[in-house]
Ligand binder design. Structure first.
Ligand SMILES: C[S@@+](CC[C@H](N)C(=O)[O-])C[C@H]1O[C@@H](n2cnc3c(N)ncnc32)[C@H](O)[C@@H]1O
Length: 295
């Protein structure tokens, strides 16, 4: 089954990643969100340095795919969230020439209704990237206090009708399926170009997977893991993540002689119309790349 799974996930901005990260023969490589190895396979084909490569993912299905794909190649595979993995690698004094993070979910997450990420295909309210963790979307929806839910929908979903939606949720508890939740929200936005529940689903997903806090906490560690002259590329899919990356790159590149990074992408790189037509998921992708110039 796993052999076919990667066919559903097309790596975004692949050409742009290769051009800006500019991998070279023998360089070491850390992929923090290896998924179905779309980017990793392309980079490894250039560096030809499997034993100097580390692939991280917190999703067990992705990990078992990676373990099969890279069996007996010497590639190191870590099944942890990228903050824990990065801290451990730092403790072990690892350094890399290339670091890539392609944030968010894979198409496989969305396509598999059972994972509970999809608005369109009914499934349990789950949304965990790491199925070993205890917090699910169902817990957030049914157990969080009203004020916390409103804050999450406002902050992580940028949902203008957060209060209205949360009151509907609270009046209809317990909710168990993605369909129930999506249907409940539909009347709130009657003339919307996106599905009315899109912002709520995004907010819940960010909360369940602690996406923003893990990213904010990880970036300093990633900087420590980078060799001088090493490149780091980060692909994000929503403005909240992109803001964190942009600000971190700015801070680290505008401290005069103490700057540790030089930004290689003045503006984030976006998918071309051809790529978007081929892979609609790439529409919102933004790639920012920087090179380490100083400790
Ligand atoms: C967009 S996909 C990456 C796809 C990959 N670049 C490829 O070409 O196949 C994101 C992957 O990162 C994983 N992921 C997301 N957040 C993570 C985190 N904090 N720690 C570890 N893995 C994470 C997800 O499980 C998912 O498999």
């Amino acid at each position: 089954m796993h052999q076919n799974k990667n066919k559903n996930h097309i790596p975004v901005l692949l050409e742009e990643v290769i051009t800006t990260l500019s991998p070279k023969l023998n360089e070491s490589y850390l992929d923090l969100t290896a998924g179905y190895a779309g980017h990793a396979a392309a980079i490894l084909a250039i560096t030809k340095n499997p034993s100097g490569s580390v692939l991280v993912d917190r999703d067990v299905t992705a990990i078992s795919y990676l373990q099969k794909k890279f069996l007996d190649t010497g590639v190191n595979i870590i099944d942890q969230d990228f903050l824990t993995a990065s801290k451990n690698l730092k403790d072990l004094k690892y350094k890399f020439d290339l670091i890539l993070a392609d944030l968010g979910v894979s198409s496989l997450h969305i396509d598999e209704a059972q994972r509970g990420f999809s608005i369109k295909n009914n499934g349990p309210l789950d949304m965990r990237m790491d199925q070993r963790q205890l917090l699910t979307a169902q817990k957030v929806v049914n157990e969080y206090p009203r004020e916390d839910l409103i804050r999450i929908l406002k902050e992580y979903g940028e949902e203008p009708k957060a209060k209205l939606i949360v009151d509907k949720i609270i009046n209809n508890r317990p909710l168990t399926s993605t369909e129930e939740l999506a249907k409940l929200i539909e009347p709130v936005w009657s003339r919307s170009t996106i599905h009315p529940a899109t912002r709520t689903f995004q907010a819940l997903r960010i909360e369940v997977n602690k996406e923003l806090s893990l990213l904010s906490e990880s970036m300093n560690v990633w900087l420590d893991l980078l060799e001088i002259g090493g490149r780091i590329g980060i692909i994000s899919f929503h403005s909240l993540e992109d803001r964190i990356i942009k600000n971190f790159f700015k801070e680290q590149s505008q401290s005069g002689y103490e700057s540790s990074l030089k930004i290689l992408t003045k503006k984030p790189l976006r998918a071309s119309p051809t790529e978007i037509a081929h892979n609609p998921r790439s529409r919102s992708a933004k790639l920012r790349v920087a090179v380490k110039i100083k400790k």
